[in-house]
Design a protein around this ligand. Structure first.
Ligand code: HEC
Ligand SMILES: [Cu+2]
Length: 462
């Protein structure tokens, strides 16, 4: 709807954020009992306009100044409420700014700095995880709702801030009018009804696309053309299983952290967790949805078009130590490329003939298979070696990243990982009490040679 480019929209985001700050400020004043700290906090904010307007600001917002001209300010420090006269108020006021109307240089500098940072943020390059640049039908749905909210919020913002600025200017302190108090409008029924009804109407309008969108997002897609993917959240990596993509033995395609999907296809993610609550979030493709142990939740992805670069995402529900390193990459492929990827992933890994990699395979079976599984072509046929408590390594060499899609899959980083995984990613391997509940990969104190053998094995398992 508001198709005028990202930068313009970011300016408005800043504006809305400013409105939020203003709202917080105003409500801290109008809760009725600001303590002196709040008064001091408000002071620099409107200090440029001196005592009179400050007082009228208090008047206008909460009618705190009684008809006898007393303001009641609760003073926490003394544990009692003390009356504050207009006189005291002015004295407090005058301590915080010079008599001049001009802004204090330091305040002006801070104001300019903050404003410039906000404006310049509009020039930032497009973020890989930006929800306002949707690349799929579900995310577009959310983006449209956001546009509507933004538009209404912008109108409200300019109306409210405009009224505020006009009031502050029109009713500012005038020379020689020290004893004149502004007219009190507290308790005006018509005004109070109006500002109750207007927000209710705005929220009612917003509820329509919101509820519609939520229902659409929650609908589980059905049909033969739907690609089914099981997503299992683990501390701190993602397991992806494709129940309908199986090899000749019926072994399901399993991978980790990097999700491959075909373009323009409805993909149904059936999600659960092996341990704590996680949340799957790839902003350009859809909103976030929690993965709850013992429950299944669904999320639909429909990507517009294949592209070389993956879509970025991450766990969006705090899940412990390495939550920040629990990321996702979604690769959207053409249907043909996806089929080729599927066929390659369903092939078993080979036992290497090269002696170095073969030595690595022996270590894999003796040590690593306690947690990791791989589908291997053995002399007895295709077998699944190992346990499924950690990422499946059958085609580890074909992954671009590892460790929760956080580290580039380079020889150097893989070597460091196998030597001492916790040196790359914070984990709790000491808390691995039962095999089903793994909180990180331990360091096995392997020799440099043994690590190099394992690297040769894993890089060969494309
Ligand atoms: C006690 C269980 C356990 C054992 C034994 C174990 N690992 Fe791991 N490994 C893990 C866990 C858990 C992860 C996932 C860590 C994360 O990303 O949070 C992991 C991740 C990995 C990864 C990255 C996979 C990816 O795609 O993200 C590699 C590679 C790896 N391990 C190699 C090995 C090798 C080689 C051995 C044997 C020397 C081994 N592991 C033994 C638990 C184990
Ligand atoms: Cu998580």
């Amino acid at each position: 709807m508001l198709d005028v480019g990202c930068a313009w929209r970011w300016c408005l985001v800043c504006g809305v954020a400013a409105a939020g700050v203003h709202g917080a400020l105003q409500s801290s004043v109008s809760i009725g009992a600001p303590n002196p700290c709040v008064v001091l906090l408000v002071e620099p904010y409107i200090g440029g306009w001196r005592g009179g307007p400050t007082a009228s600001y208090f008047h206008g917002t909460n009618g705190m100044i009684s008809s006898k001209g007393l303001a009641w300010v609760s003073c926490r420090r003394r544990g009692m409420r003390v009356p504050l006269t207009m006189e005291t108020f002015r004295r407090v006021n005058s301590r915080f700014h010079t008599p001049s109307r001009r802004m204090h240089p330091r305040r002006l500098f801070l104001f300019t700095l903050t404003f410039s940072v906000l404006v310049l943020s509009a020039c930032a390059g497009n973020g890989p995880q930006s929800a306002i640049e949707p690349a799929g039908k579900m995310a577009e749905n959310i983006d449209k709702t956001w546009d509507l909210v933004l538009m209404l919020a912008t109108i409200v913002f300019f109306l409210v801030e405009g009224a505020l600025v006009v009031t502050i200017w029109k009713f500012r302190h005038k020379k020689g009018a020290d004893d004149v108090r502004p007219k009190q409008i507290h308790g005006n029924t018509a005004v109070e009804i109006a500002w109750t009804i207007i927000p209710a109407l705005i929220l009612a309008i917003l509820a329509v696309p919101n509820v519609k969108g939520i229902l659409e997002i929650r609908t589980v897609p059905v049909g033969d053309d739907v690609l089914q993917v099981q997503v299992i959240g683990h501390q701190w990596w993602w397991e992806f299983r494709y129940p309908d993509l199986v090899d000749d033995q019926g072994n399901v395609l399993v991978t980790a952290n990097e999700l491959y999907i075909p373009e323009q296809t409805r993909v149904n993610l059936s999600m659960t967790s092996a341990d704590v609550i996680h949340s799957f979030w790839v902003p350009k493709l859809n909103g976030k949805r929690d993965l709850v142990p013992g429950k299944t939740s669904n999320l639909t992805l429909i990507a517009d078009a294949a592209q070389e670069e993956p879509f970025f995402g991450q766990c969006a529900e705090f899940c412990g130590l390495s939550h920040a390193d629990m990321r996702i990459k979604v690769y959207v492929k053409s249907v043909a490329d996806f089929d080729a990827w599927t066929a390659a992933q369903l092939l078993p890994a080979q036992i290497p003939t090269d002696p170095i990699a073969k030595a690595g395979y022996d270590t894999f079976v003796s040590t690593c298979a306690a947690c990791h599984a791989a589908t291997v072509q053995t002399p007895n046929g295709v077998e699944i070696i190992g346990k499924p408590y950690a990422p499946n390594l059958t085609h580890f060499g074909s992954r671009n990243t590892f460790g929760g899609a956080t580290f580039e899959n380079t020889t150097e980083l893989l070597t460091q990982w196998i030597h001492d995984p916790s040196s790359l990613k914070p984990m709790n391997p000491d808390a691995n009490i039962i095999p089903e509940r793994i909180l990180g990969m331990p360091s096995f104190g392997l020799t440099d040679a043994a690590v190099a053998e394992l690297v040769a094995l894993l890089e060969g398992w494309k």
